[in-house]
Write a protein that binds this ligand. Structure first.
Ligand code: 13P
Ligand code: SF4
Length: 347
């Protein structure tokens, strides 16, 4: 298990400081039954004491833990109250009546939660958990693009900073990007910053899509050759890909969709063997609910998501730090873009 990183100023906590006692085993037995197919017992003995302590403290704090589908199984099944794709996390954050929100995801997700819950404490267990897409574009880039394409509304992916969202007309996620683009009634739309998501949207709509050169450092690493190699090895293989993948990778897949849509696909179609072209914790997280499906697992991890660990979540709940804050002027504008996106889904 990862300890706190010394560079973010948080003291290192050794996993051995929390013992795996019979009480811990009893309190976490139900969770163990969900993860035993994907976690070795030795590893579980390190996680379980943290899970037990976090779940107790969470109640005392009236806190809710939101976890993205890419979180590790011990977080996803062990301590999260709400799990889902970026769209679900944004919506559920808006509905929460907890006093404290802990984001087991990356920084832009915590900012989105804060935008939708300005009066609540939003904790980000590791402030260094960023995103290559969010880092690919700045507010100044958006202003320049607006000057160049004054007729094109700006749709920004939620994988952006609050400052970038504030310069946008509306946000989108991979789960609603086509719907959002079509809701604007424009002939052409700037769909930023993910080049590959934008290209995938362009295949699903008649609206002309203009884009940017941002990429997800996880999804851009998959190749069509790799998929063909797996298909040669397993003739019953179903391949499902995330739209952040390059177009030539999506062209090799049987289905493309957001992480939630990928999960729904496996749950509903129950393929005997599936290859998920996305961050590798996804397969682990849904394996328990899909016992008849075998997951072929090439593993590419998101290094940002993996900065979040159980000891850091516990530390955040104990200290109520580090907190995510958004400049109030930026927040007003960014919130409008996120709320417009959520309203599209309600229509
Ligand atoms: P979704 O969960 O919205 O599909 O996004 C994937 C992703 O890469 C989030 O960082
Ligand atoms: Fe960003 Fe890609 Fe990691 Fe998602 S998986 S947080 S898009 S770098």
């Amino acid at each position: 298990m990862n300890a706190f990183s010394p560079e973010n100023g948080t003291p290192a906590v050794s996993a051995t400081e929390l013992p795996f006692t019979p009480e811990v085993a009893a309190a976490t037995a139900g969770i163990w039954s969900k993860v035993e197919r994907v976690l070795p017992a030795e590893e579980w003995h390190l996680h379980a004491p943290y899970i037990e302590r976090i779940n107790k403290l969470k109640k005392q704090r009236n806190a809710v833990i939101l976890a993205h589908n890419y979180q590790t199984p011990e977080i996803f099944h062990g301590v999260a109250d709400i799990v889902g794709d970026s769209l679900a996390l944004a919506k559920r954050a808006a509905e929460s009546d907890a006093d404290v929100i802990v984001m087991a995801g990356v920084h832009f997700m915590a900012e989105t939660a804060k935008l939708l819950n300005p009066s609540k404490i939003v904790l980000m267990p590791d402030m260094e958990a960023g995103c290559s897409l969010a880092e690919s574009i700045t507010p100044a880039d958006i202003r320049l693009l607006r000057e160049t394409y004054p007729d094109a509304p700006v749709v920004t992916y939620v994988n952006t900073s609050a400052a970038v969202k504030a310069e946008s007309d509306i946000c989108c996620t991979s789960g609603n990007a086509v719907e959002v683009v079509e809701s604007l009634g424009a002939e052409r739309v700037l769909c930023l910053p993910d080049e590959y998501l934008a290209k995938w949207v362009a295949t699903q709509t008649k609206v002309k899509i203009l884009t940017w050169k941002g990429h997800c450092e996880v999804h851009e690493r998959f190749t069509p050759e790799e998929i063909r190699r797996f298909r040669r090895a397993y003739d019953d293989l179903i391949v499902i890909a995330h739209p952040e993948c390059p177009p030539e990778v999506i062209a090799e897949a049987d289905f493309a969709g957001s992480t939630a849509k990928m999960i729904d696909y496996v749950r509903d179609a129950k393929p005997p063997r599936v290859l998920m072209i996305t961050e590798c914790s996804m397969s682990d997280n849904i394996a328990a609910a899909s016992p008849t499906t075998e997951f072929v697992r090439p593993c590419i991890m998101c290094p940002h998501m993996k900065k979040i660990t159980l000891p850091k979540i516990l530390h955040a709940l104990e200290t109520l730090e580090p907190r995510v804050e958004v400049d109030p002027e930026i927040a007003v504008k960014a919130r409008r873009a996120v709320e417009r996106m959520i309203a599209v889904g309600r229509k």
